[in-house]
Design a protein around this ligand. Structure first.
Ligand code: ADP
Ligand code: MG
Length: 594
């Protein structure tokens, strides 16, 4: 029989805390909110070991009195609202009175605070929700909070955390987002003793932008300001020549709060439609001010989700400000004059490789017989259907590689400078030149990575790559690996890196874009093997594109290289490289047989 019991205080506190505090960065977020709500103009975040061991957030804000310190740690204790109606005119980031008690429930916390008007500071300390110290002390004006041993009493949470550099990266990105959102506050971020970010707080958004996303982006973003129907906008956004592989550089602040709502991304991206290749995104930094009564931020305890009463008005405001600027003649001219953009424009005309997956009718064309049962599976995975399949067939065992069964292809034509036609015995084959080349390069690169062979080519002119803070942190960790793969990259100050050489097969490619893309991809796919990710990305960038004429000998070489691959039938992303139409089928079409 089940009995119903009320959870004890410790358990219910931990459950409630779980909604607010998910990882070290959530602690930092709540404490940054509190510092900003206290009108701080200077905020310092210091962490050790990704914040798992130690986090200290200090501000020069108004402070809390000694008497009120214990009250601040009570659940639902807040100075920011008194009744639910106050949410209609909310001007602070916090209002739920949950952050401090939540943090205290899952870590050891010490808060020291001093008001300007008072001589003594107060100090209070909690462990596992219990007060363990409360006394007067001396300190500078403002508040500092030290959080240690996060999740020491909730091991399940602890297990979910990522590596220290990854958690540090998440915190770094958060602090940089706050710095972008609050250009009038001086932020400093120190991780394991190193100052990774410092802003002046002089209110110049472009300066913060240059500090955080790099000078190149800062110099290229268009800035527009507008106010309509009670919605005031300030927007910074990229020209169509500057694109990213994900939406991480699209930030939206509503009344100073960093918020999430898919409609905002759509509004920013819509004007770029058709101009950006598939799965490429613009950069945008958008500040929206509107009456608090027009929004609802009390959707989730972390207060980052937002609802708008008039969603359409917000959408149009963003869409219009971006669209009108993109349409402006000056912007189009600058695109045509910009050499770099020639590539972007041709990409506009040439569909991205993703969009030319051969659309074939399963009934008529069939993928190579031996590959039945290997659909949309990641190549190279242990125990993938392909591996199981190989194990099941005696003639396909490791010692007898699958390449024996690959047709002996003799090229007999090219379609649209994109697909190679080839024959072998009784079949006609169509080979996607991009996908096939990708496969060849992928295996090649993986081999070389495994052997750690270097095959670098020194660049005529070294180039400087600006990473975002999060990417830069990851780059530090990933650098030795890249440098073993044919790159020569060294730290060049702040978040910039100097590239002196690159793998020879990348000759002529846009290294800046490739490196930024690689960092983003690694960041987004933390579970995937980094070797594979790197090989996949490099292969895709270096592979011959569609609508690119190959010479006869290049075609022969490609067909030969493909036949020598371990897994020739799929590109690294799992799309087919080759399809087969057999003679029997052709004879049926021509009614030679029925
Ligand atoms: P909330 O921010 O939702 O009010 P918190 O638990 O985060 O709830 O904080 C409780 C209260 O403690 C706040 O309302 C505020 O009065 C006070 N407080 C917290 N942090 C600071 C700070 N850094 N400076 C001044 N006051 C603070
Ligand atoms: Mg708060």
């Amino acid at each position: 029989m089940m009995t119903i019991t009320v959870l004890n205080r410790e358990t219910s506190e931990k459950i409630a805390a779980g909604e607010v505090i998910e990882r070290p960065a959530s602690v930092v977020k709540e404490l940054l909110d509190n510092a900003i709500d206290a009108s701080a103009t200077r905020i310092t975040v210091e962490i050790l070991q990704g914040g798992k061991e130690y986090m200290k957030i200090s501000d020069n804000g108004r402070g809390i009195t000694y008497q009120e310190l214990p009250i601040a740690f009570l659940r639902h204790a807040t100075s920011k609202i008194a009744a639910i109606d106050d949410l209609e005119s909310l001007s602070t980031l916090g209002f739920r009175g949950e952050a401090l008690p939540s943090i205290a429930a899952v870590a050891k916390v010490k808060m020291v605070s001093k008001l300007k008007e008072q001589l003594a500071a107060g100090e209070i300390e909690f462990q596992g929700g219990e007060k363990i110290n409360y006394q007067e002390n001396s300190a500078a004006d403002g508040t500092s909070v030290i959080v240690e041993n996060l999740f020491y009493n909730t091991p399940a949470r602890l297990k979910f955390l990522k590596s220290n550099p990854q958690e540090a990266g998440i915190i770094g990105e958060l602090v940089s987002e706050y710095a972008l959102g609050n250009a009038n506050i001086a932020f400093k971020f120190i991780s394991d003793g190193k100052t990774l970010l410092q802003t002046s707080g002089n209110g110049e958004i472009k300066e913060v932008l240059a500090e955080i996303w790099g000078k190149q982006i800062a110099a290229n973003l268009t800035e527009k300001e507008e106010e309509n129907n009670g919605i005031a906008l300030k927007a910074f956004f990229s020209p169509i020549t500057m694109q990213r592989g994900n939406r991480r550089q699209q930030l939206f602040f509503v009344n100073g709060r960093l918020v999430k709502n898919p409609i905002l991304h759509t509004a920013l991206e819509q004007p770029y439609r058709g101009a950006l290749p598939h799965k490429r995104y613009p950069i945008g930094l958008i500040y929206i001010s509107l009456p608090p009564s027009e929004t609802d931020v009390n959707v989730h305890p972390a207060k980052t989700l937002i609802k708008f009463h008039d969603e359409r008005a917000v959408f149009s405001a963003i869409y219009n400000i971006v669209n009108s600027a993109l349409m402006a003649p000056s912007m189009i001219n600058s695109i045509l004059n910009n050499q770099e953009s020639a590539a972007a424009i041709s990409q506009q005309i040439t569909p991205a490789p993703e969009s030319i997956v051969p659309k074939y009718n399963q009934e008529v064309f069939k993928e190579l017989q031996i590959f039945k049962g290997y659909n949309n599976h990641e190549v190279g995975q242990e125990n993938s259907p392909y591996q199981q399949f190989k194990a099941a067939l005696p003639f396909l065992r490791e010692d007898e590689p699958s390449k024996k069964l690959f047709p002996k292809l003799k090229s007999c034509g090219v379609f649209k400078n994109s697909y190679i036609l080839a024959e072998d015995g009784d079949s006609l084959y169509i080979i996607d030149q991009h996908a096939a080349h990708e496969r060849v390069l992928f295996e090649n690169i993986l081999d070389k990575l495994a052997l750690e062979k270097t095959y670098a080519q020194v660049l005529l002119e070294p180039i400087i790559v600006d990473f975002s803070l999060n990417d830069a942190l990851l780059a530090q960790e990933f650098l030795p690996f890249l440098n073993r793969s044919g790159f020569d990259i060294t730290h060049f100050g702040d978040t910039s890196y100097l590239v002196r050489s690159a793998p020879s097969y990348l000759a002529g490619s846009d290294l800046n874009e490739i490196l930024v893309d690689i960092m983003h991809e690694i960041n987004d796919n933390k579970e995937k093997s980094r070797q594979k990710l790197l090989a996949e990305k490099l292969a895709c960038k270096a592979a011959v594109k569609v609508h690119h004429a190959l010479t006869t000998s290049e075609i022969d070489q490609l067909l030969y290289d493909l036949s020598a691959c371990e897994e020739p039938y799929r590109c690294p992303h799992g799309r087919p490289t080759i399809i087969e139409i057999d003679d029997l089928q052709i004879q049926k079409w021509f009614k030679r047989i029925l």
